[in-house]
Every structure is written in structure tokens, then in C-alpha cells.
Write a protein that binds this ligand. Structure first.
Ligand SMILES: C[S@@+](CC[C@H](N)C(=O)[O-])C[C@H]1O[C@@H](n2cnc3c(N)ncnc32)[C@H](O)[C@@H]1O
Length: 368
């Protein structure tokens, strides 16, 4: 990717704590400065897959992984899957002898609303939503999300689409739902009046898929994953940097990714949380995150480590330096810094230590 990122590309990025879309140019420049050429790369905290997708575009063979199911969906859709998709099984249903991704997305966008799980639990008109006063989606948008999610599920069950198409369509739905969610950017709470974005009609966009062979996606704990890998070139680390646990902040994208078709799903609390004990992360716990970093770096069989972290993170910089220089060649250790304006839409949490509007985003690098 040689052209600078266009504002349109940046605007397309999902609202996500730690999303690195705006920092891709910085990451690419640091890789170039350090002479890190395309090879094998692992992104074990892939989130929206923004970096893994860019690495794929820059010619790396990437493994994108995360503990969350929605991140696995993004990893599959944007990193592992290779275009073109086989959508021929939809020919009869779409009344089109050769459906493309664009015509399939257009079909899903035309489906009539069909109130279901999301309508029931996350709108003020649904039984559960009303009981808890939830206003995550307008009833109309929720019923369209339900219609599209159920249709994608049925297509997969009837083998009209394969797993590749399933994950690509699901990624498009999760991103579209996020654009009309009545939140300030995270799902830990909803806004008590309808925000302008929530009142817009849900509209799926056609995902842009990248050619590129041999990339993979996984849903694994980072330490478990990295411990089992054969030697590879680049380890890109972007762990959580504060004490917010992603399962509680993104439970609705997680629900959309997991579905509710295989048995009863029990939601709890005012916001309708999923059971998430298995996904709560040591990386977001003071007192455990430093140990987690050391264990992972010690076990990673890689040539280069590039770690994103920002100046408000819970792992002290001295620890990052100590760990990277203990397990890497001390003389190759370097910190690169970019100052940028804070992403404000995640400003509703309590565990934040804001130090003004400018955040320093750092890349800590070492070679082994
Ligand atoms: C800062 S975000 C990564 C953002 C990503 N680079 C992007 O641009 O979207 C941190 C990610 O780490 C994931 N995570 C937290 N603990 C994890 C663990 N133990 N193993 C794997 N992933 C984990 C979270 O689900 C979250 O997606």
C-alpha cells in the first residue's frame, strides 16, 4: 500500500477500542525503517483485523487471531478468505444465474424486517428490551438485523454458501449494525435518546476482499497460540492497554458473530451481557498484564517483534523495555512514537486516565 490512507478508508473502519486503521501508515513506515520485509507474520490480538489485513496487502502471509468470535469473523473475512467467493448456490433464491458479492449484499439489504432475537432483547419494543429499558437499536433496524442474520444462517445450514461466504456476509452485518448502534462507540452502555446514526437505516456495504494466499485466522488465546507456532518472521502485538474487558464492551458484535440458533442464550444485566468468563483477559488486568507479556515474548519463535502500546497503557514502559531487551537483541531495541488526537467516542468508561487530547501511540521494536 503505497498511497496514504484515504479519509474514506479510515471512515469505513469499525468503532473499536484500539483500532489501528489510522496508524497503518506509521506501522508501515516503521517496518520499512527496520528493514522488515514481507514474510510470515502473526497478529494474535487482531480485533478488527485492520493490521492483519494491511500486512496481507503488503505481501505478508498472516495468521490473524483473537479471543473474540467477532474478531475471528473479521480475520476469516478480511485475511484468510481469497476472492472470488463461490455464491452460485444462491442463484435460485436471488433469481440471478451468477450472484456476486455485490448482488448478494444488495439482496440482503432488501430483505423485509423480521423481528427476532435482537429485536426482543435490544430494542424498547422487544419484551426483554422493554423490561430493561434497552435502546441499542431502533425496532426497525433490529428487525432487519434479525432478518439478515437468520437468512445468512439458513444459507449456511442449507449449504447454499460455504464458510468463506458465511464469514464475509457476517462481517458485513456486524460492521453495518455497529454503524447504527445507539452507543458512543462501545456497547457497555446505550444512549438514552436516539442518536442520529441510530436513526439511519441499516445498510450493509460490500466488503473489499484482498487476494493473497496462505493467510489464516484463528480464535485462540494469544499465549496458547504463539506457544504452538513454528518459527515465523514478524510478531505484531497489539494487546488491550487498559482494564476494560472486551467481552463486556462488545457483547452485541459477539452475539451477532456467535448467533443464537444452537440453543437458549442467557443474557444478564441491564445491557444484556453474555457469559464471558473464558474471554476475560489477563492483558486487561493490572498485576497480571506484565507477566502475560513476559510469558508471550519468551515463547514466541519469531525474528522481529513490533508491539503497539500507548502512553496511557497499564504495562509500564520500563517493563516493555525490560521484557523486549531480555528476550531480544538489546542493540536492536527501539521505540517509535506518533502523537495523534484521541479517539473520543469511547469516553464513557471509568477506568481511564486521560492526560489531554493528544495520545502518544508507540511501536516498541526488537529483533531476536
Ligand atoms: C487493542 S485491541 C486490538 C486492536 C486491533 N489491532 C485493531 O486494529 O482492531 C486488543 C485485542 O486483544 C484481544 N484480546 C484480549 N485478550 C486476549 C487474549 N488473551 N488472547 C487473544 N486476544 C486477546 C481483544 O479481544 C482485542 O480485540
Amino acid at each position: 500500500m503505497d498511497a496514504p490512507l484515504s479519509p474514506a478508508y479510515i471512515r469505513r473502519a469499525m468503532r473499536y477500542i484500539g483500532n489501528k486503521t489510522r496508524l497503518l501508515g506509521f506501522i508501515r513506515d516503521v517496518l520499512r525503517t527496520r528493514g522488515i520485509r514481507p514474510g510470515t507474520a502473526v497478529d494474535p490480538f487482531t480485533g478488527t483485523a485492520s493490521v492483519a489485513r494491511a500486512l496481507k496487502r503488503w505481501g505478508f502471509r498472516v495468521l490473524a487471531s483473537d479471543i473474540m468470535e467477532y474478531a475471528f469473523v473479521f480475520g476469516r473475512a478480511y485475511v484468510e478468505v481469497q476472492p472470488p467467493l463461490d455464491l452460485s448456490g444462491l442463484a435460485d433464491e436471488l433469481g440471478n444465474p451468477s450472484p456476486t458479492l455485490r448482488t448478494t449484499i444488495a439482496y440482503l439489504n432488501r430483505l423485509p424486517p423480521a423481528p427476532g432475537f435482537i429485536y426482543t432483547h435490544f430494542t424498547p419494543e422487544g419484551e426483554e428490551g422493554r423490561r430493561h429499558g434497552r435502546m441499542y437499536f431502533t425496532p426497525e433496524n433490529a428487525a432487519r438485523i434479525d432478518a439478515i442474520r437468520a437468512t445468512i444462517q439458513r444459507w449456511r445450514k442449507e449449504a447454499k454458501i460455504d464458510d468463506d461466504a458465511f464469514h464475509v456476509l457476517l462481517a458485513a452485518l456486524i460492521e453495518a449494525a455497529d454503524r447504527v448502534a445507539n452507543t458512543t462507540g462501545v456497547y457497555a452502555s446505550f444512549v438514552k435518546t436516539w442518536q442520529p446514526n441510530a436513526l439511519r437505516p441499516l445498510r450493509l456495504r460490500t466488503p473489499r476482499l484482498l487476494p493473497g494466499n496462505g493467510c489464516r485466522a484463528a480464535r485462540r488465546d494469544a499465549l496458547e497460540l504463539v506457544s504452538e507456532l513454528e518459527p515465523f518472521d514478524l510478531l505484531y502485538l497489539d494487546p488491550p492497554y487498559n482494564t476494560r474487558q472486551y467481552p463486556g464492551y462488545y457483547h452485541i458484535p459477539e452475539l451477532l458473530a456467535l448467533g443464537w440458533f444452537d440453543g437458549p442464550v442467557h443474557l444478564r444485566g441491564k445491557t444484556g451481557l453474555l457469559p464471558d468468563q473464558d474471554k476475560r483477559s489477563d492483558w486487561a488486568r493490572r498485576g497480571r498484564c506484565e507477566e502475560a507479556l513476559e510469558a508471550l515474548v519468551a515463547r514466541a519463535p519469531c525474528k522481529h517483534i513490533v508491539m503497539s502500546y500507548n502512553t496511557e497503557g497499564i504495562i509500564p514502559e520500563a517493563t516493555i523495555r525490560r521484557v523486549l531487551t531480555s528476550y531480544g537483541r538489546r542493540s536492536t531495541y527501539e521505540k517509535y512514537t506518533l502523537r495523534y488526537k484521541r479517539y473520543r467516542s469511547d469516553s464513557d468508561g471509568e477506568n481511564r486516565r486521560y492526560r489531554g487530547d493528544i495520545v502518544e501511540e508507540c511501536l516498541y521494536c526488537v529483533d531476536r
